[in-house]
Design a protein around this ligand. Structure first.
Ligand SMILES: Cc1ncc(COP(=O)(O)O)c(C=O)c1O
Length: 365
């Protein structure tokens, strides 16, 4: 590959972020969420880097779980959306995947199946996200059906927060109390200890009471904070993805001249424009506004044209020295993907997850 646009994934950073997640809740187990190709960081490479520390990975579906198995990962894998079809149940059992049950159709398919050995189930309760999960009213009866089934081994109760990044917010307080009410009812009905799981990254970082038997951090493993505002607990996270390219052209333009498609940026003074080999075809957001920061030689410069497919242009008039071939960083350790995302009306999650096939991916330790 000769095109200089690339992402470099720091696997040691992911390992350190995982250790941080585990250290926040030393008595819990920390599942590494590697769905959507590990949020764009490469699920197989990330899982291999974490396999000596991690007991369980979580992915969205069986296709993603099979990729981990095909690449030699032996840990348990949780399917966060469960099975889409009853035919997946036998594969899940055979491959030692654990399944979420989030609706009555999945429940019935599991109860009706003929499985050679029982499977581990995660019963998802809808405490307020209102996308997946059974209603709190149905939890006790659903749990009883699962317990009575010879197809079911262990049942973990789980829920997912809608707004855990709102630290101290009433919505999560309500979700936590609904979850507690459901789980306490089951414990008193069955007189058994039940395993529980609620925390995503935001909850794990900011809501101590959500740290239960199993935590499920995703974004924090990749070094991005789930919070819009800086938060002490998230400061130690190390961004794992560095998105880089090079300056491939430099020109002087006069005041009044414009740069790029649509002539959206016009020089107010005699200016020096650097053009970088990166564009929306490489995963840089087209919605990035004029002024979005870019680093050239570790110094911030503002985006000075509309983002095109293969190129962006920045105003380097105030930099003492810029040369063709200089490194440009679009996001990474010195410029957070979250900050760039805020200039592009999106979130860091989306930026890192949707990197296109054309971008070269390199790994460092
Ligand atoms: C059920 C579930 N648990 C955990 C996570 C991880 O969330 P985060 O990346 O915010 O830590 C997700 C992500 O969407 C999820 O759907």
């Amino acid at each position: 590959m000769y095109r200089p646009a690339k992402i470099i994934i720091d696997l040691a950073a992911i390992q350190a972020n995982y250790r941080l997640a585990q250290s926040l809740a030393p008595d819990s187990k920390t599942i590494a969420v590697v769905k959507a190709d590990a949020y764009g960081h490469g699920a197989v490479e990330v899982a291999k880097a974490l396999q000596s520390q991690v007991e369980m990975f979580a992915v969205s579906c069986i296709d993603e779980a099979l990729i981990l198995r095909e690449n030699g990962l032996r840990q348990a894998v949780l399917l966060l959306e469960g099975c889409f079809d009853k035919s997946e149940l036998k594969i899940a059992l055979d491959k030692q995947f654990e399944i979420v049950v989030h609706n009555n159709l999945q429940l019935q398919q599991l109860l009706d199946a003929t499985l050679e050995t029982p499977i581990n189930v995660w019963l998802k309760i809808d405490t307020g996200m209102h996308r997946l999960g059974i209603s709190p009213k149905e939890v006790a009866s659903t749990y009883a059906k699962l317990q009575a089934s010879t197809n079911v081994h262990n049942v973990v109760l789980m829920t997912h927060f809608a707004h855990a990044d709102d630290v101290g917010g009433a919505y999560s307080v309500n979700q936590i109390s609904q979850f507690e009410a459901c789980t306490q009812a089951i414990v008193s009905d069955t007189q058994q200890k039940v395993q529980l799981s609620t925390a995503n990254s935001a909850a794990l970082l900011a809501w101590q009471q959500t740290r239960m038997d199993w935590n499920r951090p995703g974004i924090m493993l990749y070094g991005l904070s789930p919070f819009a505002e800086p938060l002490e607990q998230a400061k130690a996270l190390i961004p794992a993805m560095s998105f880089e390219s090079q300056v491939i052209a430099l020109r002087n333009i006069s005041a009044g001249e414009s740069v790029g498609y649509g002539c959206t940026w016009t020089a107010k003074r005699p200016s020096v424009i650097a053009t970088i080999a990166i564009g929306y075809g490489d995963g840089y957001p087209r919605t990035a506004k004029l002024g979005t920061p870019v680093l050239i030689n570790h110094q911030r410069v503002p985006l000075a044209a509309r983002v095109s497919m293969d190129l962006i242009s920045v105003d380097v008039t105030d930099l003492p020295k810029v040369n063709i071939g200089d490194t440009a960083q679009l996001w990474g350790k010195e410029l957070s993907a979250n900050e760039v995302a805020s200039w592009a009306d999106t979130i860091g999650y989306e930026l890192v997850t949707r990197m296109p096939r054309r971008i070269t991916r390199q790994y460092s330790n």
